[in-house]
Ligand binder design. Structure first.
Ligand code: PXL
Length: 265
């Protein structure tokens, strides 16, 4: 299975490409990367970080790849630094995704019901137009709200299902507790064990694991269950081991959840 991860390189903070590479690899994928920007750290809670957008370089990289005849079983996109990059990713899907390939979009917009630095409503609307081209979208509760205007996850899921056939809201509180919501023709709710606290990079770990599972031919439901198990264990470990949550999730010692599942495939 050949995967393309489109995301930034945050040198410190264990998110985006530095997570996508090991996690997709643990699912047995050959992983190529298309970096969207180079940052000294991610933007969540750090100040004074460097930010180099790679827009011009991305087109040059793709032109070279076309001479190699590359194509992908799965493309997974994450943090995009500008509205132009959102348009570019649409083009990358058209140029490089196999006919029966899977396009997974993590619409990275914000957390704790606020936008990440540099994003606004116009950016969210453009991200929605990228979601409309995806087979699976993986917003957190904040991103589901920013994309639909609905705070209630069940209503947000239904709105998202008009955009994309398989939306997943990766974790949201409602009257019944904390749950993942997904749609596969009907709406479903998967209760989650909540680990108290806020865990930067958890969404990126989730997106990479889910993309690896679904592209390996695992069913939607099984892919979610395995991804949830991997993320839960990693977050629990982080709660015990990492006092400063800006430094990401300690997922490394839990990669065996994925490697064991994909040993024979
Ligand atoms: O984890 C999402 C993410 C990815 N990349 C960058 C970010 C963030 C969230 O803050 O800043 C650069």
């Amino acid at each position: 299975m050949r995967a393309l991860a489109i995301n930034d390189i945050s040198c410190v903070g264990k998110c985006s490409l530095t997570v996508a590479l090991p996690v997709l690899s643990a699912c047995g994928a050959t992983v190529d990367i298309l970096p969207t920007a180079l940052l000294s750290t991610h933007t969540g809670g750090f100040t004074g970080y460097t930010f180099l957008p790679l827009d011009g370089e991305m087109e040059k990289i793709c032109r070279h790849w076309e001479t190699l005849g590359l194509s992908y079983d799965v493309i997974v996109s994450g943090y995009l630094g500008s509205r132009a990059q959102i348009d570019f990713v649409k083009d990358v899907k058209r140029r490089f995704l196999k006919k029966d390939g899977v396009f997974v979009v993590d619409p990275v917009l914000g957390d704790n019901f606020t936008f990440y630095k540099g994003f606004d409503e116009g950016f969210a609307a453009d991200m929605g137009s990228l979601c409309a081209l995806a087979d699976y979208i993986l917003p957190n509760d904040t991103e589901a709200f920013l994309l639909t205007g609905e705070r209630d996850p069940e209503r947000a899921l239904l709105r998202l299902s008009k955009l994309c056939p398989h939306p997943v809201i990766t974790g949201a509180d409602d009257a019944d507790g904390y749950s993942l919501h997904y749609f596969d023709g009907g709406a479903h709710k998967l209760p989650l064990r909540k680990v108290e606290g806020s865990y930067h990079g958890a969404g990126d770990v989730f997106a990479a694991a889910f993309a690896g599972c679904i592209a390996s031919g695992m069913s939607f439901r099984e892919s979610l269950a395995l991804t949830v198990e991997f993320c839960y264990r990693s977050i629990l470990r982080t709660q015990k081991e990492v006092p400063d949550r800006r430094f990401g999730i300690n997922y490394e010692k839990e990669l065996s959840v994925l490697t064991d599942a994909f040993k024979e495939s």
